[in-house]
Write a protein that binds this ligand. Structure first.
Ligand code: AMP
Ligand code: FES
Ligand code: ZN
Ligand code: ZN
Length: 315
């Protein structure tokens, strides 16, 4: 295999692009894809400071790395979910990366905000662990960005993540989720910061290759609660499809974004107002996060589940 750019020996073959690259040209390709995502969806400008939500995994650290290299002003945000050794190790990876690249890393402890670490929260709500976790992450990312004055939060969601989410939403025809599925969610309220996914054009394999070739030290283990998650089985399914027809994942996601998504755009604006408990936005009286925190406080971990908070419908 020869590099498409220089004819040198290739380090990586990208079947869906019908191309192969040597290491330096793969890095160049990777950065170009990120630049194209930022440009196409007007994710942010060079005058803005971007808050990069980092989990310690390959995707978000690769994203932070590219943005720093490309000269963007950034700060990291790590949310400590309190998930045993996994959280301790992933936090250490983020701190080491931030120190090496001379960047600020903000750390928020979920246990402080919700009242208990994620494994305890799960016992109280009896909903799938990642639903309380996802709700808390989205809430705290927004809150941290507002508090520190960052206009935009970037996450490391890649092509595989986005295709699997889309697949799950289509399977159940969750039209609200289809409306929200986008590489860039605009701010629709002064208290809602923009959320962008600059890696949506790059596959999981490509972000892993980038992280490896760039010498990024990341946590390889998945969150212990991820085992058996439906998103993983959707990913496996799509990988099998990709194996027999390279580009299938890409066509599925990009076809949706280009052709189908406009049909799911909301006809009417949702009415967002401040949560009467915390002041962040919600469609109801009290936001889902405050309901979750209240439930944790009232019931305490390990007790019987009660009125579980409804999922936040706004984004
Ligand atoms: P996941 O939902 O775990 O697939 O992660 C998707 C993206 O959310 C990651 O690429 C990160 O940008 C962000 N993220 C996940 N977990 C954390 C965390 N503990 N702290 C900060 N950001 C996170
Ligand atoms: Fe949410 Fe594992 S439970 S990351
Ligand atoms: Zn080359
Ligand atoms: Zn609230």
């Amino acid at each position: 295999m020869r590099c498409r750019k220089c004819g040198g020996s290739a380090a990586l073959e990208l079947r869906r692009h019908n191309a192969a690259f040597c290491s330096p040209h793969f890095i160049e390709f990777f950065k170009k894809q990120v630049a194209e995502a930022i440009h196409k969806h007007r994710m942010f400008s060079r005058d803005e400071t971007i808050m990069v939500a980092v989990s310690g995994g390959k995707d978000s650290l690769a994203l932070w790395d590219v943005l720093i290299d490309e000269g963007y002003r950034t700060a990291g945000l790590y949310l400590d979910l309190g998930i045993f050794d996994y959280s301790v190790e992933s936090r250490a990876k983020c701190e080491a990366f931030a120190a090496r690249r001379g960047q600020t890393l903000h750390v928020e402890r979920v246990a402080e905000a919700v009242g208990a670490p994620i494994p305890e929260v799960q016992k109280v709500t009896r909903r799938p662990t990642c639903s309380a976790c996802g709700l808390s992450k989205r809430y705290l990312m927004n809150r941290a960005a507002l508090e520190h004055g960052y206009p935009v939060v970037a996450t490391g969601h890649n092509l595989d993540d986005e295709a699997a989410t889309l697949f799950g939403s289509v399977l159940h025809w969750q039209t609200d989720a289809l409306t929200r599925q986008s590489p860039a969610l605009p701010s629709t309220h002064p208290k809602l910061v923009r959320r962008v996914k600059p890696l949506y054009r790059l596959s999981e394999l490509e972000t892993a290759a980038y992280a490896f070739l760039s010498g990024i030290d990341y946590i390889v283990e998945e969150c212990p609660f991820a085992t058996g998650a439906t998103s993983l089985s959707h990913k496996e399914l799509l990988n099998r499809l990709e194996e027999s027809s390279p580009g299938a994942k890409h066509n599925f996601l990009f076809g949706f974004l280009d052709k189908a998504r406009p049909a799911f755009e909301r006809m009417e604006e949702v009415d967002l107002r401040p949560c009467s408990a915390c002041g962040q936005v919600t469609t109801g009286e009290i936001c889902a996060f405050c309901k979750l925190a209240d439930l944790v406080k009232r019931r305490g971990a390990g007790r019987a589940p009660a009125d579980n908070p409804a999922p936040e419908p706004a984004r």
